[in-house]
Write a protein that binds this ligand. Structure first.
Ligand code: SAM
Length: 350
């Protein structure tokens, strides 16, 4: 399929997609909607893309002026359509802030079912700030992760461990300079099969069994993967360079770009991480609040198809101006309702 970019209100766009046969065809949706900040986000006309300007010649990228229940209703209508479009192995990642996020979570539980709520991911978004107000510095926002059902696409995402963690966990160095640690070769529970037999004349300790067959232990020993202690205790050698990844937890550090091309633009590495975790090659990934297209770029770089929707002409022009390898079908929704088009005050970021 061609990738699809739609300019218009995402309600109309998603209804159009359902009409065109995309119901239950989308494996991953990431959205970073307006956060109900009461602000208007703009870009400086001077061409300085780094700043989200307060100046009078700024062009408005999008308005974020819906508040309270109006905002939740706005999002609910869209989440219902997202739920329809998601495949039975599909997932939704919804990026939101700490002020409105808990209300959004309750709304999502109602649509996806609380049993399909997987994580409230804390995303560290910036460095600690100096500030005057009463309260703690806010350096995080949240990503609510839901799956459509019990068999989602899940590619067991891992993060690369940092140097200091590797040094702590793998505190030994072998004669070739390789960093390693050792782990027991036995586990709790007695068996009377292959894993209970003696290995080099040694039986597993009482109440335990070998983690693998004695043949496998012999092979590991021949390959130099068993370390024998001074008193003859065997342990398995794990090399750091073969185990440098650790299972991803629910606190992520992916700071926002310091020179954004679009207001509140998100970190593409984070989006690539999500794309790889919850979709497969050739899956369709959708971002129906796509802004500058960072999700779409993350999808394309990883061999996924994408659908991007945004009501802002500024956003669409930025997406169009980026370098894409695959062809894009561009569609303009008729009768765009610019729902968030009530100017308020200008501000610098989410
Ligand atoms: C927070 S920004 C997304 C930024 C994006 N994640 C990025 O990395 O560039 C939210 C986007 O939602 C768009 N938007 C708001 N309401 C919309 C609607 N009803 N339909 C389509 N897009 C909408 C805005 O134009 C804006 O570009």
């Amino acid at each position: 399929m061609n990738n699809i970019l739609i300019q218009g209100d995402n309600i109309e766009a998603m209804k159009w997609l359902i009409d065109k046969g995309y119901k239950e065809k989308i494996d991953l949706v990431y959205i970073d909607p307006p956060f109900s900040t009461g602000s208007v986000f703009s870009i400086d006309k001077s061409g300085r893309v780094a700043t989200i300007s307060r100046s009078d010649d700024a062009i408005i990228a999008y308005n974020d002026t819906l508040r309270g229940e109006d905002f939740i209703s706005f999002l609910r209508e869209r989440v219902i359509l997202i739920h329809e479009l998601l495949s039975k192995h599909g997932s939704l990642y919804l990026h939101i802030d700490y002020k409105i996020g808990h209300y959004v979570k309750v709304m999502l539980d109602n649509i996806f079912g609380i049993e399909n709520f997987r994580n409230d991911i804390t995303r560290i978004k910036c460095n600690p700030k100096n500030f005057e107000r009463i309260g703690y510095g806010n350096i995080k926002d949240m990503i609510l992760f839901y799956t459509k059902g019990s068999t989602p696409i899940w590619n067991s995402p891992k993060f690369k461990a940092c140097e200091s963690e590797i040094e702590k966990l793998y505190n030994k160095i072998d004669k070739n300079g390789r960093r390693y640690t050792t782990v027991p070769i036995h586990a709790p529970g007695e068996t009377n099969g292959d894993t209970a037999k003696p290995f080099k004349g040694i039986y597993p300790p009482k109440g335990r069994h070998w983690r693998c067959s004695v043949d496998e232990l012999e092979r590991m020993d021949a390959d130099g993967l068993i370390e024998w202690s001074a008193n003859g205790n065997p342990r398995k050698i794990n090399y750091a360079d073969e185990h440098i990844c650790k299972k991803a937890q629910d606190i992520w550090e992916f700071k926002d770009p310091t020179k954004p091309i679009y207001p509140t633009e998100k970190n593409t590495d984070m989006l690539e991480f999500i794309v790889n975790a919850s979709s497969n090659e050739n899956s369709i990934v959708m971002d129906c609040f796509c802004g500058s297209g960072s999700t779409l770029m993350a999808a394309e770089r990883n061999g996924r198809n994408w659908i991007g929707i945004d009501s802002s002409e500024v956003a669409i022009n930025i997406v169009k101006s980026r370098k894409w390898t695959k062809e894009i079908s561009f569609i303009q929704c008729e009768g765009i309702t610019r729902l968030l088009n009530r100017p308020n005050k200008k501000q610098t970021g989410n």
